[in-house]
Design a protein around this ligand. Structure first.
Ligand SMILES: [Zn+2]
Length: 421
């Protein structure tokens, strides 16, 4: 009698991150699986029920830092496919399956977190880092690893272009006196959302910028946009995000993060924003306005005002956070632009300029920026002398005197020098 296997292992992909490794098993149908670990030497054994494979496993792990080898072993039962992963060091395993999301089909995902002393020591150092005199900007290149983000008509992956732009932005920020950049990822690997916001928090970031590229089902839409977290829309949008699986990977910056995330309850709680967040939100909105005005000089804008959403990556509610959609990768012209180093640099410069302008006007206390003798301020809509006096903790009279103002009327775009108190 012929045994027909219900499932087929079609490929194995490995993504190494600095402190973790993700292994993705591509399957023809949803897997039934179990796993266990063995020590001396460290191994992880995965049993896939009713499965076969033609994948040549020998060379798959040759570049992985954590996995020495993946091989087949004698299964406990006929029809089961037993995979053995030989590990170079102890690792905490988390397995979960994912339903098809373009461009991928059914997957079994294995996350291995390094548990050896080295990486945790490294984390401890980050945590104990004292507040630097630098303004710290966390730059979050969206997606990564097996999550490509949106894909352009020519096959350009969002994860690739946003990393390029993010690296250019980080370089500009590090070249700016008094500023320092930290990146949530520096290569092509997956970082989950909690890790992204943890990193920003642990580095005492004054701002989190998540960099993405937009996509639409038709090729026409184009232009950049900047998003901030909205308190009002959060609850309803969360509902929608949870219903719309396909939007998950785009909105949440990581395939399967919420689908499998045992913390989804916590995620919901965190999104129910308390009042302490108002300040970070107001700041986010002002930064978004500055960044958008910079972007408007180098690229077409999709929307001329900051937009609001409850993107999960912006959920680090204690840190002002913005999400920049650098353009539509689904638009053929913009896909081409997003691939050009010249255009990537222009986008990075524009975002940088907006960020610098914001921190010059709103220097976080204890930073080099706050020690500058005078602060430059460009008047925005809705701002009056008394609003500015309150914000900068100086008197209306001193602002008028420093700027030789005859009247109390300000115009939008007017440049003022704010005396330090
Ligand atoms: Zn994205």
């Amino acid at each position: 009698m012929q045994v027909t296997a219900a499932n087929k292992l079609d490929s194995v992909r490995i993504w190494d991150a600095p402190d973790s490794t993700r292994v993705v098993f591509d399957l023809s149908s949803a897997p039934e699986y179990s796993y266990f670990t063995l020590t001396n030497p460290q191994r992880l054994v995965i049993d896939l029920k009713d499965a076969t494979t033609k994948v040549k496993l020998t060379d798959i792990a040759k570049d992985s830092k954590l996995i020495g080898k993946i091989r087949l072993s004698t299964p406990p039962k006929k029809g089961t496919l037993r995979l053995v992963l030989e590990l170079g060091s102890p690792a905490k395993a988390n397995l979960f399956s994912l339903t098809p999301t373009a461009p991928y089909g059914n997957r079994l995902v294995l996350d291995l977190d390094n548990t050896d002393g080295k990486s945790s020591a490294k984390k401890a150092v980050v945590k104990t880092t004292k507040r630097a005199a630098d303004v710290v900007v966390a730059i979050d290149a969206g997606h990564g690893g097996e999550d490509p983000g949106s894909i352009g008509p020519k096959g350009t992956f969002e994860k690739k272009v946003v990393l390029e732009i993010s690296k250019r932005l980080a370089r500009k920020i590090n070249e700016t006196p008094g500023m320092k950049a930290v990146m949530t990822r520096t290569g092509d690997y997956f970082v989950n959302l909690n890790q992204r916001s943890d990193l920003a928090r642990n580095s005492r970031a004054d701002l989190l910028i998540s960099v993405h590229a937009d996509a639409f089902t038709s090729p026409q839409p184009k232009g950049a946009s900047v998003w901030v977290l909205s308190k009002r829309r959060a609850n309803t949008e969360i509902g929608r995000v949870f219903e719309d699986k396909e939007k998950h990977s785009e909105l949440l910056g990581g395939v399967g993060d919420i689908i499998q995330n045992s913390d989804s309850e916590q995620y919901l709680v965190m999104t129910l924003i308390d009042m302490s967040m108002d300040n970070a939100m107001a700041e986010s909105h002002n930064i978004a306005t500055d960044v958008l005005s910079g972007l408007g000089k180098v690229t077409k804008l999709h929307k001329s005002k900051p937009e609001s959403a409850s993107f999960a990556v912006l959920k680090s509610t204690d840190i002002p956070s913005i999400l920049v959609e650098t353009g539509f990768i689904s638009n053929p012209q913009e896909e081409k632009l997003l691939l050009s180093g010249n255009h990537q640099q222009k986008l990075a410069n524009a975002i940088h300029k907006g960020v610098v302008r914001y921190f010059e006007e709103n220097p976080p206390s204890g930073t080099t920026f706050s020690k500058q003798s005078n602060v430059k301020h460009t008047v925005r809509s809705g701002e009056s002398l008394s609003v500015l006096a309150q914000r900068y903790k100086v008197s209306v009279a001193s602002i008028k005197k420093t700027n030789n103002l005859k009247s109390d009327v300000l115009r939008i775009g007017q440049k003022l020098v704010i005396p330090r108190a």
